[in-house]
Design a protein around this ligand. Structure first.
Ligand SMILES: O=C(O)CCC(=O)C(=O)O
Ligand SMILES: [Fe+2]
Length: 276
């Protein structure tokens, strides 16, 4: 067991993450080289991500409304009064204390079966397939991991965000591609940061927790980066409304501190695998 401090720079504002857990380093190899590389051959393969237009406007509206209703139901189920016209970016005013947010969080993972999306999941898979030039779907290669979508709620200046990580340190998240779709409060000061090109870094070049990290007292399923042989420069591609950020889960990403004081960030998170 050890406690490490990871200090990241957000537009000149230093934010320190206290990371607890045994620290390790992997093999002298690039994990992606042995896995299904869904971004191979794309003009943005070296960067590891791209921002692209997403759905038809009406589909995007239905998707966003589906997430709004899902989150509204979740808040209500935690016994908190929530107006019918609840706006996603006002979440922190409706769920106004850490205790209230803990009660909403305690209802389990912020994930749902893809059937609960406001649009047919195929509309999303098709668009992601177009961007990749590879047919993908939400069906994982391993049956025990159900097809679902997740959404993320990052309150202003909170510690709700996960630390910088690679999803693929969890075996069940390998061979995939990820998307980030903003609905509310997602700006250059809150959206998902990532480290350009880091999907090519060798495991031996990254120092990380061996298990899911305990960061600022919260436990995450993914291990946390604590250091690297390359500079950890986080950039925020900041997709706009009805744009999608498609990124490799082999990239270091996360640490999405919400620097804003007045807006909660709400976004969709989904994963896709090669259609077989
Ligand atoms: O949206 C975020 O801040 C984190 C997203 C993430 O870690 C993921 O999509 O795997
Ligand atoms: Fe992630």
């Amino acid at each position: 067991m050890s406690t490490r401090q990871l200090t990241l720079d957000y537009d000149g504002e230093q934010v320190t993450f206290t990371v607890e857990g045994a620290v390790t380093r992997g093999a002298d190899a690039t994990l992606l080289d042995g896995d299904d590389n869904l971004i191979a051959g794309r003009p943005w393969a070296e960067a590891g991500f791209v921002v692209a237009p997403f759905l038809a406007p009406d589909e995007y509206r239905r998707l966003a409304e589906g997430v709004r209703l899902t989150l509204r139901a979740r808040i209500a189920a935690a016994g908190i009064d929530v107006p019918a016209d609840f706006a996603l970016e006002r979440y922190h005013e409706v769920v106004a204390t850490d205790e209230a947010h803990a009660a909403v969080s305690a209802r389990g993972p912020w994930c749902h079966p893809v059937g609960d999306l406001g649009v047919p999941v195929e509309a999303i898979s098709q668009r992601v397939s177009e961007i990749l030039g590879v047919r993908v779907s939400t069906t994982p290669p391993h049956a025990e991991f159900p097809e679902h979508f997740c959404y993320r709620v990052v309150r202003p200046r909170s510690r709700d965000n996960n630390p910088p990580h690679r999803d693929v340190w969890l075996d069940r998240l390998r061979h995939a591609v990820n998307i980030y779709v903003p609905f509310a409060g997602s700006t250059p000061r809150s959206s998902l940061p990532l480290v350009r090109g880091s999907h090519r870094w060798k495991e031996s070049e990254i120092e990380r927790t061996a298990e899911g990290a305990r960061v600022n007292g919260m436990t995450f399923t993914v291990p946390s980066v604590v250091g690297a042989a390359h500079p950890l420069v986080l950039e925020r591609p900041n997709p706009g409304l009805n744009e999608v950020l498609v990124f490799s889960p082999y990239l270091i990403h996360g640490g999405a501190f919400n620097q804003q004081t007045d807006r909660t960030r709400v976004s969709l998170e989904m994963r896709f695998w090669r259609l077989r």
